[in-house]
Write a protein that binds this ligand. Structure first.
Ligand SMILES: [Zn+2]
Length: 531
Protein backbone atom coordinates (compact mmCIF):
# COMPACT_ATOMS: atom_id res chain seq x y z
CA UNK A 1 0.00 0.00 0.00
CA UNK A 2 1.43 3.38 -0.88
CA UNK A 3 1.43 5.76 2.01
CA UNK A 4 0.69 9.43 1.84
CA UNK A 5 3.44 11.90 2.62
CA UNK A 6 2.91 13.89 5.81
CA UNK A 7 5.19 16.90 6.22
CA UNK A 8 6.86 18.03 9.42
CA UNK A 9 7.59 21.71 9.89
CA UNK A 10 9.79 22.60 12.83
CA UNK A 11 9.62 26.06 14.35
CA UNK A 12 11.83 25.55 17.43
CA UNK A 13 14.13 28.32 16.23
CA UNK A 14 11.33 30.81 15.58
CA UNK A 15 8.19 30.15 17.68
CA UNK A 16 10.13 28.02 20.19
CA UNK A 17 12.52 30.90 20.74
CA UNK A 18 9.55 32.93 22.02
CA UNK A 19 9.61 30.89 25.22
CA UNK A 20 10.45 32.63 28.45
CA UNK A 21 14.10 32.21 29.27
CA UNK A 22 15.09 30.92 25.83
CA UNK A 23 17.70 33.00 24.07
CA UNK A 24 19.50 31.27 21.23
CA UNK A 25 22.82 32.48 19.92
CA UNK A 26 23.69 32.01 16.26
CA UNK A 27 25.86 29.02 17.20
CA UNK A 28 22.92 27.50 19.14
CA UNK A 29 20.64 27.99 16.16
CA UNK A 30 23.07 26.33 13.79
CA UNK A 31 23.57 23.40 16.17
CA UNK A 32 19.82 22.90 16.59
CA UNK A 33 19.25 23.20 12.85
CA UNK A 34 21.77 20.41 12.30
CA UNK A 35 20.02 18.20 14.87
CA UNK A 36 16.69 18.81 13.16
CA UNK A 37 18.10 18.16 9.73
CA UNK A 38 19.60 14.85 10.83
CA UNK A 39 16.30 13.94 12.45
CA UNK A 40 14.54 14.35 9.10
CA UNK A 41 12.01 17.16 9.42
CA UNK A 42 10.95 18.72 6.10
CA UNK A 43 11.11 22.38 7.05
CA UNK A 44 13.27 24.25 9.52
CA UNK A 45 11.88 27.67 10.31
CA UNK A 46 14.98 29.42 11.56
CA UNK A 47 13.77 32.88 12.46
CA UNK A 48 12.52 36.27 11.46
CA UNK A 49 15.16 38.09 9.38
CA UNK A 50 15.24 41.77 10.24
CA UNK A 51 13.69 41.24 13.67
CA UNK A 52 16.98 40.78 15.52
CA UNK A 53 20.70 40.52 14.67
CA UNK A 54 20.89 36.75 15.30
CA UNK A 55 18.11 35.93 12.85
CA UNK A 56 19.41 38.42 10.33
CA UNK A 57 22.85 36.84 10.37
CA UNK A 58 21.41 33.32 10.20
CA UNK A 59 19.83 34.27 6.87
CA UNK A 60 22.77 36.32 5.60
CA UNK A 61 24.22 33.24 3.95
CA UNK A 62 22.95 29.97 2.58
CA UNK A 63 22.74 27.18 5.12
CA UNK A 64 22.77 24.00 3.05
CA UNK A 65 20.38 21.50 4.59
CA UNK A 66 18.32 18.58 3.46
CA UNK A 67 15.29 20.33 4.97
CA UNK A 68 13.90 23.51 3.48
CA UNK A 69 15.31 26.40 5.45
CA UNK A 70 12.41 28.75 6.03
CA UNK A 71 12.35 32.45 6.87
CA UNK A 72 9.38 33.92 8.72
CA UNK A 73 7.89 37.38 8.38
CA UNK A 74 4.84 39.54 7.82
CA UNK A 75 2.99 40.11 4.60
CA UNK A 76 3.38 43.63 3.18
CA UNK A 77 2.09 46.38 5.39
CA UNK A 78 -1.36 47.79 4.64
CA UNK A 79 -1.25 50.80 2.37
CA UNK A 80 2.19 50.06 0.93
CA UNK A 81 3.29 48.28 -2.20
CA UNK A 82 5.34 45.11 -1.87
CA UNK A 83 8.45 46.78 -3.24
CA UNK A 84 8.03 49.73 -0.91
CA UNK A 85 7.93 47.74 2.33
CA UNK A 86 11.46 47.40 3.79
CA UNK A 87 10.40 44.50 6.05
CA UNK A 88 9.12 42.51 3.10
CA UNK A 89 12.14 43.39 0.96
CA UNK A 90 14.48 42.12 3.70
CA UNK A 91 12.47 38.91 3.95
CA UNK A 92 12.63 38.36 0.20
CA UNK A 93 16.40 38.92 0.29
CA UNK A 94 16.93 36.37 3.08
CA UNK A 95 18.94 33.31 2.03
CA UNK A 96 16.12 30.82 2.49
CA UNK A 97 14.45 28.07 0.49
CA UNK A 98 11.00 28.96 1.69
CA UNK A 99 9.21 31.94 3.15
CA UNK A 100 6.47 31.59 5.71
CA UNK A 101 4.28 34.68 5.86
CA UNK A 102 2.01 35.40 8.75
CA UNK A 103 -1.29 37.20 8.22
CA UNK A 104 -4.26 37.93 10.41
CA UNK A 105 -7.23 35.75 9.58
CA UNK A 106 -9.47 37.04 12.39
CA UNK A 107 -11.49 40.03 11.21
CA UNK A 108 -11.42 41.47 14.75
CA UNK A 109 -7.59 41.68 14.66
CA UNK A 110 -7.63 43.20 11.21
CA UNK A 111 -9.85 46.03 12.42
CA UNK A 112 -8.44 46.56 15.89
CA UNK A 113 -4.74 45.66 15.65
CA UNK A 114 -3.99 46.48 12.03
CA UNK A 115 -6.61 49.22 11.63
CA UNK A 116 -7.21 48.25 8.04
CA UNK A 117 -9.89 46.54 5.97
CA UNK A 118 -10.39 42.87 5.15
CA UNK A 119 -9.97 43.69 1.44
CA UNK A 120 -6.60 45.33 2.07
CA UNK A 121 -5.45 42.36 4.18
CA UNK A 122 -6.41 39.94 1.39
CA UNK A 123 -4.60 42.11 -1.17
CA UNK A 124 -1.54 42.13 1.11
CA UNK A 125 -1.57 38.32 1.22
CA UNK A 126 -1.88 38.03 -2.56
CA UNK A 127 0.85 40.60 -3.27
CA UNK A 128 3.26 39.07 -0.76
CA UNK A 129 2.79 35.50 -2.00
CA UNK A 130 3.26 36.69 -5.58
CA UNK A 131 6.43 38.62 -4.71
CA UNK A 132 7.98 35.64 -2.90
CA UNK A 133 7.08 33.27 -5.74
CA UNK A 134 8.67 35.68 -8.19
CA UNK A 135 11.86 35.40 -6.10
CA UNK A 136 11.76 31.63 -6.57
CA UNK A 137 10.83 30.82 -2.99
CA UNK A 138 8.41 28.18 -1.84
CA UNK A 139 5.66 30.01 0.03
CA UNK A 140 3.64 29.23 3.13
CA UNK A 141 1.03 31.35 4.85
CA UNK A 142 0.48 31.09 8.59
CA UNK A 143 -3.13 32.11 9.12
CA UNK A 144 -2.84 33.65 12.57
CA UNK A 145 -5.79 33.16 14.96
CA UNK A 146 -7.41 31.02 12.26
CA UNK A 147 -9.71 29.04 14.54
CA UNK A 148 -10.94 32.01 16.55
CA UNK A 149 -11.30 33.90 13.29
CA UNK A 150 -13.20 31.06 11.67
CA UNK A 151 -15.61 30.88 14.60
CA UNK A 152 -16.19 34.65 14.39
CA UNK A 153 -16.39 35.04 10.62
CA UNK A 154 -15.73 31.88 8.62
CA UNK A 155 -15.97 33.57 5.22
CA UNK A 156 -13.12 35.96 5.98
CA UNK A 157 -10.84 33.37 7.64
CA UNK A 158 -11.34 31.07 4.68
CA UNK A 159 -10.79 33.92 2.21
CA UNK A 160 -7.31 34.51 3.72
CA UNK A 161 -6.33 30.88 3.25
CA UNK A 162 -7.88 30.79 -0.22
CA UNK A 163 -6.13 34.00 -1.31
CA UNK A 164 -2.73 32.49 -0.54
CA UNK A 165 -3.57 29.12 -2.07
CA UNK A 166 -4.98 30.63 -5.26
CA UNK A 167 -1.88 32.78 -5.62
CA UNK A 168 0.27 29.64 -5.54
CA UNK A 169 1.30 29.25 -1.91
CA UNK A 170 2.45 25.66 -1.33
CA UNK A 171 0.85 25.59 2.13
CA UNK A 172 -1.76 27.43 4.10
CA UNK A 173 -1.27 26.78 7.77
CA UNK A 174 -4.16 27.03 10.18
CA UNK A 175 -2.85 28.46 13.45
CA UNK A 176 -4.46 28.09 16.84
CA UNK A 177 -2.52 31.11 18.04
CA UNK A 178 -4.25 31.45 21.43
CA UNK A 179 -4.10 27.70 21.92
CA UNK A 180 -7.64 27.49 23.26
CA UNK A 181 -9.31 25.41 20.53
CA UNK A 182 -10.32 21.86 21.43
CA UNK A 183 -9.63 18.75 19.32
CA UNK A 184 -13.22 18.19 18.17
CA UNK A 185 -13.42 21.82 17.02
CA UNK A 186 -10.11 21.52 15.19
CA UNK A 187 -11.28 18.36 13.46
CA UNK A 188 -14.54 19.96 12.32
CA UNK A 189 -13.01 23.24 11.14
CA UNK A 190 -10.05 21.65 9.36
CA UNK A 191 -12.50 19.29 7.67
CA UNK A 192 -14.49 22.26 6.40
CA UNK A 193 -11.32 23.97 5.15
CA UNK A 194 -10.15 20.81 3.39
CA UNK A 195 -13.44 20.74 1.47
CA UNK A 196 -12.32 24.04 -0.13
CA UNK A 197 -8.52 23.66 -0.22
CA UNK A 198 -6.87 20.27 -0.84
CA UNK A 199 -5.60 18.82 2.45
CA UNK A 200 -2.13 18.25 1.01
CA UNK A 201 -1.82 22.04 1.00
CA UNK A 202 -3.14 22.52 4.53
CA UNK A 203 -1.04 22.62 7.71
CA UNK A 204 -1.79 22.83 11.43
CA UNK A 205 0.03 25.01 13.95
CA UNK A 206 -1.21 24.27 17.47
CA UNK A 207 -0.35 25.84 20.81
CA UNK A 208 -0.59 23.98 24.05
CA UNK A 209 -2.72 26.21 26.26
CA UNK A 210 -5.21 23.44 27.05
CA UNK A 211 -2.45 20.81 26.93
CA UNK A 212 -3.91 19.44 23.71
CA UNK A 213 -1.53 20.78 21.08
CA UNK A 214 -0.44 17.26 20.15
CA UNK A 215 -4.05 16.02 20.13
CA UNK A 216 -5.09 19.05 18.06
CA UNK A 217 -2.36 18.28 15.53
CA UNK A 218 -3.63 14.73 15.13
CA UNK A 219 -7.24 15.92 14.93
CA UNK A 220 -6.20 18.15 12.01
CA UNK A 221 -4.45 15.24 10.28
CA UNK A 222 -7.55 13.07 10.71
CA UNK A 223 -9.55 15.84 9.06
CA UNK A 224 -7.19 16.02 6.10
CA UNK A 225 -4.28 18.37 6.93
CA UNK A 226 -0.91 17.06 5.73
CA UNK A 227 1.58 19.31 7.43
CA UNK A 228 2.21 19.48 11.18
CA UNK A 229 4.07 22.41 12.69
CA UNK A 230 5.68 22.01 16.07
CA UNK A 231 8.84 22.32 18.11
CA UNK A 232 11.35 20.08 19.86
CA UNK A 233 10.23 19.34 23.41
CA UNK A 234 7.18 21.54 22.81
CA UNK A 235 9.23 24.70 23.28
CA UNK A 236 7.23 27.87 22.76
CA UNK A 237 5.52 30.89 24.16
CA UNK A 238 3.30 30.49 27.26
CA UNK A 239 2.54 26.75 27.48
CA UNK A 240 4.45 25.89 24.34
CA UNK A 241 3.81 24.57 20.84
CA UNK A 242 2.84 21.10 19.66
CA UNK A 243 5.67 18.77 20.73
CA UNK A 244 7.26 17.09 17.71
CA UNK A 245 9.13 14.74 20.03
CA UNK A 246 5.76 13.21 20.95
CA UNK A 247 4.23 13.56 17.49
CA UNK A 248 7.02 11.85 15.55
CA UNK A 249 7.01 8.50 17.40
CA UNK A 250 3.21 8.42 17.36
CA UNK A 251 3.28 8.86 13.58
CA UNK A 252 5.96 6.20 13.23
CA UNK A 253 4.81 3.61 15.73
CA UNK A 254 1.04 3.76 16.00
CA UNK A 255 -0.54 1.73 13.23
CA UNK A 256 -3.38 4.17 12.52
CA UNK A 257 -0.77 6.69 11.35
CA UNK A 258 2.18 4.48 10.45
CA UNK A 259 0.05 2.48 8.02
CA UNK A 260 -1.25 5.55 6.28
CA UNK A 261 1.53 8.13 6.32
CA UNK A 262 5.14 8.41 5.47
CA UNK A 263 7.35 11.00 7.18
CA UNK A 264 10.92 12.07 6.58
CA UNK A 265 12.14 10.58 9.85
CA UNK A 266 13.80 7.18 9.31
CA UNK A 267 13.65 4.32 11.81
CA UNK A 268 17.30 4.97 12.51
CA UNK A 269 16.70 8.66 13.27
CA UNK A 270 13.76 7.69 15.46
CA UNK A 271 16.22 5.59 17.46
CA UNK A 272 18.12 8.79 18.27
CA UNK A 273 15.03 10.77 19.29
CA UNK A 274 15.71 10.68 23.04
CA UNK A 275 19.22 11.93 22.43
CA UNK A 276 17.99 14.78 20.21
CA UNK A 277 15.48 15.80 22.87
CA UNK A 278 18.12 15.76 25.62
CA UNK A 279 20.63 17.59 23.44
CA UNK A 280 18.21 20.51 23.19
CA UNK A 281 17.79 20.63 26.98
CA UNK A 282 21.55 20.51 27.28
CA UNK A 283 21.85 23.51 24.99
CA UNK A 284 19.24 25.35 27.02
CA UNK A 285 21.11 24.35 30.16
CA UNK A 286 18.06 22.90 31.82
CA UNK A 287 17.23 19.48 33.19
CA UNK A 288 15.32 17.16 30.87
CA UNK A 289 11.69 16.48 31.75
CA UNK A 290 11.92 12.99 33.19
CA UNK A 291 8.21 12.41 32.62
CA UNK A 292 8.22 13.38 28.95
CA UNK A 293 6.29 10.80 26.88
CA UNK A 294 8.53 8.43 24.86
CA UNK A 295 11.86 10.11 25.73
CA UNK A 296 11.67 10.91 29.45
CA UNK A 297 13.74 8.93 31.89
CA UNK A 298 10.54 7.74 33.57
CA UNK A 299 8.66 6.97 30.35
CA UNK A 300 9.48 3.27 30.70
CA UNK A 301 10.10 3.10 34.41
CA UNK A 302 8.18 0.67 36.56
CA UNK A 303 8.08 0.70 40.30
CA UNK A 304 5.70 -1.80 41.82
CA UNK A 305 7.09 -5.27 42.46
CA UNK A 306 4.48 -7.35 40.65
CA UNK A 307 4.65 -5.15 37.56
CA UNK A 308 8.41 -5.40 37.56
CA UNK A 309 8.49 -9.19 37.66
CA UNK A 310 5.98 -9.30 34.80
CA UNK A 311 8.04 -6.83 32.77
CA UNK A 312 11.15 -8.93 33.13
CA UNK A 313 9.25 -11.91 31.73
CA UNK A 314 7.34 -10.10 29.00
CA UNK A 315 7.97 -6.37 28.43
CA UNK A 316 4.86 -5.86 26.29
CA UNK A 317 2.72 -6.45 29.38
CA UNK A 318 3.31 -2.92 30.63
CA UNK A 319 4.90 -1.03 27.74
CA UNK A 320 3.02 0.54 24.82
CA UNK A 321 6.11 0.48 22.60
CA UNK A 322 9.60 -0.95 22.85
CA UNK A 323 11.68 1.84 24.46
CA UNK A 324 14.68 1.19 22.16
CA UNK A 325 12.66 2.34 19.14
CA UNK A 326 12.94 5.93 20.38
CA UNK A 327 16.37 5.58 21.95
CA UNK A 328 15.04 5.21 25.47
CA UNK A 329 15.45 2.31 27.85
CA UNK A 330 13.42 0.28 30.27
CA UNK A 331 14.02 1.16 33.86
CA UNK A 332 13.03 -0.93 36.81
CA UNK A 333 12.96 1.28 39.82
CA UNK A 334 14.78 0.09 42.83
CA UNK A 335 12.75 1.43 45.68
CA UNK A 336 11.16 0.39 48.91
CA UNK A 337 8.31 -1.16 46.96
CA UNK A 338 10.56 -3.28 44.87
CA UNK A 339 11.12 -6.94 45.18
CA UNK A 340 14.17 -9.01 44.51
CA UNK A 341 13.37 -9.30 40.80
CA UNK A 342 13.69 -5.51 40.48
CA UNK A 343 17.10 -5.46 42.08
CA UNK A 344 18.32 -8.39 39.99
CA UNK A 345 17.03 -6.87 36.76
CA UNK A 346 18.64 -3.53 37.56
CA UNK A 347 21.96 -5.20 38.40
CA UNK A 348 21.76 -7.09 35.14
CA UNK A 349 21.13 -3.89 33.21
CA UNK A 350 24.16 -2.14 34.67
CA UNK A 351 26.28 -5.17 33.92
CA UNK A 352 26.74 -6.64 37.40
CA UNK A 353 26.54 -10.42 37.26
CA UNK A 354 25.15 -12.00 40.38
CA UNK A 355 23.44 -15.30 40.97
CA UNK A 356 19.78 -14.85 41.84
CA UNK A 357 20.23 -16.86 45.02
CA UNK A 358 23.32 -14.97 46.11
CA UNK A 359 22.61 -13.72 49.65
CA UNK A 360 24.26 -10.41 48.74
CA UNK A 361 21.27 -9.59 46.49
CA UNK A 362 19.00 -9.82 49.53
CA UNK A 363 21.45 -7.74 51.57
CA UNK A 364 21.48 -5.06 48.88
CA UNK A 365 17.69 -4.96 48.87
CA UNK A 366 17.61 -4.60 52.66
CA UNK A 367 20.18 -1.84 52.50
CA UNK A 368 18.23 0.03 49.80
CA UNK A 369 15.03 -0.24 51.86
CA UNK A 370 16.74 0.98 55.03
CA UNK A 371 18.34 3.93 53.33
CA UNK A 372 15.18 4.89 51.46
CA UNK A 373 13.35 4.92 54.78
CA UNK A 374 15.64 7.75 55.92
CA UNK A 375 15.30 9.72 52.70
CA UNK A 376 17.60 8.34 49.98
CA UNK A 377 15.94 8.05 46.58
CA UNK A 378 17.62 5.35 44.54
CA UNK A 379 14.99 5.20 41.85
CA UNK A 380 16.25 8.61 40.73
CA UNK A 381 19.85 8.32 41.82
CA UNK A 382 20.85 5.45 39.57
CA UNK A 383 24.58 6.11 39.97
CA UNK A 384 24.38 6.05 43.77
CA UNK A 385 22.51 2.75 43.49
CA UNK A 386 25.20 1.32 41.28
CA UNK A 387 27.91 2.41 43.73
CA UNK A 388 25.99 0.92 46.64
CA UNK A 389 25.75 -2.39 44.78
CA UNK A 390 29.37 -2.38 43.64
CA UNK A 391 30.60 -1.50 47.14
CA UNK A 392 28.65 -4.40 48.58
CA UNK A 393 30.29 -6.67 46.01
CA UNK A 394 33.74 -5.24 46.69
CA UNK A 395 34.04 -3.68 43.22
CA UNK A 396 34.77 -0.08 44.19
CA UNK A 397 38.46 0.68 44.79
CA UNK A 398 39.37 2.90 47.69
CA UNK A 399 40.55 5.91 45.69
CA UNK A 400 40.96 8.67 48.23
CA UNK A 401 39.94 9.97 51.64
CA UNK A 402 38.62 13.38 52.47
CA UNK A 403 40.35 14.05 55.77
CA UNK A 404 38.41 17.24 56.37
CA UNK A 405 36.68 20.07 54.66
CA UNK A 406 35.70 23.55 55.67
CA UNK A 407 33.21 25.82 53.92
CA UNK A 408 32.43 29.37 54.82
CA UNK A 409 29.98 31.99 53.64
CA UNK A 410 30.95 35.60 53.99
CA UNK A 411 29.02 38.77 53.30
CA UNK A 412 31.05 41.96 52.95
CA UNK A 413 31.64 45.03 50.82
CA UNK A 414 33.79 44.52 47.76
CA UNK A 415 36.31 47.00 46.36
CA UNK A 416 33.53 48.90 44.61
CA UNK A 417 31.64 49.21 47.88
CA UNK A 418 28.95 46.75 46.77
CA UNK A 419 27.49 44.22 49.17
CA UNK A 420 28.52 40.73 48.05
CA UNK A 421 28.20 37.22 49.43
CA UNK A 422 31.05 34.86 48.67
CA UNK A 423 31.92 31.31 49.66
CA UNK A 424 35.22 29.60 50.07
CA UNK A 425 35.93 25.92 50.59
CA UNK A 426 39.09 24.20 51.79
CA UNK A 427 39.38 20.45 51.27
CA UNK A 428 42.09 18.24 52.67
CA UNK A 429 42.45 14.98 50.74
CA UNK A 430 44.62 11.94 51.06
CA UNK A 431 45.36 10.16 47.78
CA UNK A 432 47.65 7.23 48.42
CA UNK A 433 50.48 8.72 50.48
CA UNK A 434 49.93 12.22 49.16
CA UNK A 435 48.25 14.86 51.27
CA UNK A 436 46.52 17.44 49.08
CA UNK A 437 44.94 20.70 50.11
CA UNK A 438 42.68 22.56 47.70
CA UNK A 439 41.04 25.93 48.11
CA UNK A 440 38.28 27.30 45.87
CA UNK A 441 35.85 30.17 45.80
CA UNK A 442 32.34 29.67 44.51
CA UNK A 443 29.08 31.50 44.03
CA UNK A 444 27.68 29.49 46.93
CA UNK A 445 29.00 27.02 49.49
CA UNK A 446 28.13 23.92 47.46
CA UNK A 447 29.70 25.36 44.33
CA UNK A 448 32.86 26.20 46.30
CA UNK A 449 32.98 22.72 47.81
CA UNK A 450 32.50 21.10 44.41
CA UNK A 451 35.27 23.18 42.85
CA UNK A 452 37.67 22.48 45.72
CA UNK A 453 36.96 18.73 45.67
CA UNK A 454 37.61 18.45 41.96
CA UNK A 455 40.53 20.84 41.84
CA UNK A 456 43.26 18.35 42.59
CA UNK A 457 42.64 14.63 42.85
CA UNK A 458 46.34 13.89 42.36
CA UNK A 459 46.92 10.87 40.14
CA UNK A 460 43.17 10.60 39.48
CA UNK A 461 42.73 14.13 38.16
CA UNK A 462 42.94 13.12 34.50
CA UNK A 463 39.97 10.75 34.96
CA UNK A 464 37.58 13.48 36.06
CA UNK A 465 38.43 16.39 33.76
CA UNK A 466 35.27 15.88 31.67
CA UNK A 467 33.02 15.71 34.74
CA UNK A 468 30.42 18.44 34.93
CA UNK A 469 27.52 19.18 37.25
CA UNK A 470 24.37 19.70 35.20
CA UNK A 471 21.63 19.91 37.81
CA UNK A 472 21.32 20.32 41.56
CA UNK A 473 18.05 19.75 43.37
CA UNK A 474 17.27 20.11 47.03
CA UNK A 475 14.26 18.82 48.85
CA UNK A 476 13.40 19.14 52.54
CA UNK A 477 11.79 15.94 53.81
CA UNK A 478 9.46 15.54 56.82
CA UNK A 479 9.28 19.25 57.61
CA UNK A 480 9.52 20.70 61.11
CA UNK A 481 12.45 20.18 63.47
CA UNK A 482 13.01 16.58 62.37
CA UNK A 483 13.63 17.76 58.82
CA UNK A 484 16.32 16.21 56.68
CA UNK A 485 17.61 17.50 53.38
CA UNK A 486 17.87 15.37 50.27
CA UNK A 487 20.20 16.54 47.56
CA UNK A 488 20.16 15.12 44.05
CA UNK A 489 23.00 15.99 41.74
CA UNK A 490 23.00 15.28 38.04
CA UNK A 491 26.37 15.04 36.35
CA UNK A 492 27.57 14.46 32.83
CA UNK A 493 30.89 13.82 31.17
CA UNK A 494 32.73 14.14 27.86
CA UNK A 495 30.97 11.05 26.45
CA UNK A 496 27.54 12.65 26.91
CA UNK A 497 26.55 10.18 29.64
CA UNK A 498 24.48 11.54 32.50
CA UNK A 499 23.98 10.15 35.97
CA UNK A 500 22.34 11.14 39.21
CA UNK A 501 23.64 10.79 42.75
CA UNK A 502 22.01 11.40 46.12
CA UNK A 503 22.95 12.59 49.59
CA UNK A 504 20.81 12.86 52.71
CA UNK A 505 21.57 14.68 55.94
CA UNK A 506 20.13 17.14 58.43
CA UNK A 507 22.81 19.48 57.05
CA UNK A 508 22.50 20.65 53.46
CA UNK A 509 26.28 20.94 52.97
CA UNK A 510 26.79 17.42 54.25
CA UNK A 511 24.03 16.06 51.99
CA UNK A 512 25.58 17.88 49.03
CA UNK A 513 29.02 16.55 49.94
CA UNK A 514 27.76 12.94 49.86
CA UNK A 515 26.16 13.43 46.46
CA UNK A 516 29.28 15.16 45.10
CA UNK A 517 31.51 12.36 46.39
CA UNK A 518 29.30 9.70 44.83
CA UNK A 519 29.42 11.53 41.52
CA UNK A 520 33.22 11.73 41.52
CA UNK A 521 33.69 8.11 42.60
CA UNK A 522 31.13 6.98 40.03
CA UNK A 523 33.07 8.80 37.33
CA UNK A 524 36.32 7.16 38.47
CA UNK A 525 34.74 3.69 38.38
CA UNK A 526 33.14 4.42 35.01
CA UNK A 527 36.46 5.62 33.58
CA UNK A 528 38.22 2.52 34.85
CA UNK A 529 40.58 4.44 37.14
CA UNK A 530 42.98 1.93 38.74
CA UNK A 531 42.95 1.49 42.52
ZN1 LIG B 1 2.73 30.05 17.15
Amino acid sequence: MTREKLYLFDTTLRDGAQMNGVDFTLADKLAIARLLDELGVDYIEAGYPGANPTDTSFFSERRPMRAEVTAFGMTRRPGRSASNDPGLVALLDAQADAICFVAKSWDYHVRVALETTEEEMLASIRDSVRAAKAKGREVLLDCEHFFDGYKAKPAYALACAKAAYDEGARWVVLCDTNGGTLPHEVERIVGEVCAKIPGDHVGIHAHNDTEQAVANSFAAVRAGARQIQGTLNGLGERCGNANLVSIIPTLKLKSEYAGKFEIGVSDESLGRLARVSHALDELLNRAANRHAPYVGESAFATKAGIHASAIVKEPATYEHIAPERVGNRRKLLVSDQSGRSNVLAELDRIGIAIDKNDPRAARLLDEVKEREAIGYAYETADASFELLARRLLGQVPHYFDVEKFDVNVEQRNNAKGERVTVSQAVVKLKVGNDELISVAEGIGPVNALDLALRKDLGKYQSFITGLELTDYRVRILNGGTGAVTRVLIESSDETGDRWTTVGVSANIIDASFQALMDSIVYKLVKSGAPA
